[in-house]
Ligand binder design. Structure first.
Ligand SMILES: C[S@@+](CC[C@H](N)C(=O)[O-])C[C@H]1O[C@@H](n2cnc3c(N)ncnc32)[C@H](O)[C@@H]1O
Length: 207
């Protein structure tokens, strides 16, 4: 298996959002975090020979990371067509052997019926800026519906929420890790040039 740092380097060419929309919490997951998430999923046997669905794929960072690790198929779903166009260009730049199906759809009502051993990966909107706390709840609900296992990024302090959502919906949190990253200023309401984010990543096995 190639290394995590090699994957991060390959994902370094993935372009972010040209015109990010704050209401959709559009920011590109840093390549190092995407590589950590996908490499962990691969070590767990959740990528190779699996269908991988990226909910809220944006410009394709997580979907393309999975596509570089020999899955059966990869689907990237986003509600906004603009980043999907960038994702197609990113796919050519990354040069993955598995092609990705890019689908414009609401991930909270995804018109998908993938195979039963599907893995979902996602960095969904947190709802933190809009006051719509736990906007990630409806993304987790989709994962519970379509996935055997999911990997999801959440904001700091989500452990109780994620664990109780999982157990209420036939899931079990098997792995968790905390991560920190910096995001460049991209919305007018950001006061500093960079924002420091602490996030949490959860692996959930769904019944
Ligand atoms: C934090 S960004 C993550 C983007 C990308 N997955 C990445 O890792 O770089 C959240 C993404 O969710 C998308 N999104 C927000 N609400 C959505 C919805 N209801 N259905 C599908 N995508 C949605 C946004 O357009 C945005 O691309």
């Amino acid at each position: 298996m190639p290394t995590k740092s090699a994957l991060a380097q390959q994902l370094g060419v993935v372009a972010g959002f040209d015109n990010p929309q704050a209401s959709l919490e559009q920011y590109r997951t840093p390549p190092e975090l995407a590589a950590h998430l996908i490499h962990t999923a691969d070590l767990q046997g959740d990528v190779q020979d699996r269908t991988v669905v990226d909910l809220g794929c944006g410009t394709g960072m997580l979907a393309l990371g999975a596509a570089l690790r020999a899955p059966t198929a990869v689907v990237g779903v986003d509600i906004d067509p603009a980043p999907l166009a960038t994702a197609r260009q990113n796919e050519r730049k990354v040069g993955s052997t598995t092609s990705v199906s890019w689908v414009r759809a609401d991930a909270t009502r995804a018109p998908l019926c993938p195979p039963s051993d599907t893995t979902v990966v996602m960095n969904p909107p947190f709802g933190a800026q809009s006051g719509n706390e736990h906007a990630d709840r409806s993304f987790l609900a989709t994962a519970a519906d379509i996935a055997a296992v999911s990997y999801s990024v959440h904001n700091e302090g989500s452990r109780e929420f994620v664990e109780s959502f999982a157990s209420d919906n036939g899931g079990d949190v098997t792995h968790a890790f905390e991560t920190e990253f910096e995001l460049p200023r991209q919305f007018d309401f950001h006061e500093a040039d960079k924002r420091h984010i602490t996030a949490e990543v959860y692996r959930i096995v769904w019944a």
